[in-house]
Design a protein around this ligand. Structure first.
Ligand code: PLP
Length: 344
């Protein structure tokens, strides 16, 4: 009999929330185009604007500052439109920001990961001179830790729905009121002229409902319990006594993320062994899994190639149970012993 699968890869993506599913199903029955002035169009428009308000409330910005996109990656691409010569990027940032770095004369901008998807480490952006625009990647923070765009001081932020229980393929660019940026996608005048193309009504409705539910969960302290489970897991795994390194556990971290280096056991091999045993975890960036290479984030943190290739990320969510994490720890410890004895 096959065992229940245990999903411990919430930073890669999260299960769809029932509220998001219901909102998407309802949106499927709306036939109008949100740009049309007739009743059908106005019904679609109302749904988009409701979702905009829900997302704004969850990230602490004004509704008019939310521009819906196909995800955080598309939102980050607006960096190509900034009238600056250089874009300086946090070396531990997600590839969608990293791919936007450039050097040149004529002003600079900063792009920073607020909560790291690999390690969960929460880092403030460095001080900057007046007039240097800042983009924050808050993809992993939204719904997990309190965050307010209004208070952050950033000019831009990027968000992705599927990291907080919404559908995949929809997200938002948050742009501070008064900051003018040329759109990446041009054509129609949708999204106040900041992102052309007929809105993804179903995805946007799902994102809005998920944002509202995520904000409620956060306020209800749901992630405090997740942090407890993460800590229980970390304590159980530390019984390995094989010099396991728990990356960033002395720094401010997301409540759900555990990144560890198991000396002598390759990250990819760990992922495969645990997958066969029924557990979904990741090595390196799950968003770019399939590409075999050392974990860039850990290299940027100063770990050498060998250690960086022996890292895994275990990321929990509100549906994770204590029984699951304890069982995971037992299986992982047994597999680690096996791997080391094979290598000996
Ligand atoms: N930023 C971070 C921190 C992420 O974890 C991800 C994950 O995919 C992204 C950006 C990109 O989001 P998307 O693939 O939804 O565009």
């Amino acid at each position: 009999m096959s065992r229940e699968r245990v999903y411990l890869d919430w930073n890669a993506t999260t299960p769809l929330r029932p509220e998001a599913r219901a909102a998407m199903l309802a949106a499927m029955d709306l036939g109008g185009n949100a740009s049309s002035v007739h009743a059908e169009g106005r019904a679609a428009r109302a749904l988009v604007e409701r979702a905009r308000a829900q997302v704004a409330a969850a990230v602490g910005c004004k509704p008019a500052e939310v521009v819906f996109t196909s995800g955080a990656t598309e939102a980050a691409a607006v960096l190509t439109r900034l009238p600056v010569g250089a874009v300086e990027v946090d070396p531990t940032a997600h590839d969608c920001l990293w791919s936007q770095r450039r050097e040149g004369q004529g002003g600079r901008a900063l792009a920073w990961g607020y909560a790291n998807n690999e390690t969960g480490i929460i880092a403030e952006a460095p001080a900057r001179d007046e007039g240097v625009p800042l983009m924050l990647d808050i993809v992993q923070a939204v719904g997990k830790v309190p965050f307010s765009f209004a208070w952050s001081g950033a000019e831009m932020a990027i968000v992705s729905a599927h990291k907080f229980g919404g559908p995949k393929g929809v997200g938002a660019l948050i742009v501070r009121d008064g900051v003018e940026i040329a759109p990446v996608l041009t054509g129609g005048g949708q999204e106040m002229g900041r992102r052309a193309g007929t809105e993804n009504l179903i995805g946007i409705a799902g994102m809005g409902a998920a944002a509202e539910a995520a904000a409620r969960d956060l306020a209800d302290g749901v992630w405090d319990r997740v942090a407890e489970l993460r800590n229980i897991l970390e304590t159980a795994l530390s019984a390995a006594d094989h010099k396991t390194i728990f990356v960033g556990n002395d720094l401010p971290r997301l409540p759900n993320t555990l990144n560890l280096i198991a000396p002598g056991w390759k990250g990819e091999t760990q992922v495969m062994a645990m997958d066969l045993a029924g557990y979904a975890i990741s090595a390196g960036s799950a968003c770019s899994s399939g590409k075999v290479r050392a974990n860039r984030v850990l290299l940027a943190m100063g770990y050498d190639e060998g250690l960086a290739a022996q890292a895994i990320r275990v990321s929990l969510g509100p549906l994770t149970t204590e029984e699951q994490v304890l069982r995971f720890a037992d299986v992982w410890l047994a597999q680690y012993r096996k791997a080391l004895s094979r290598a000996a």
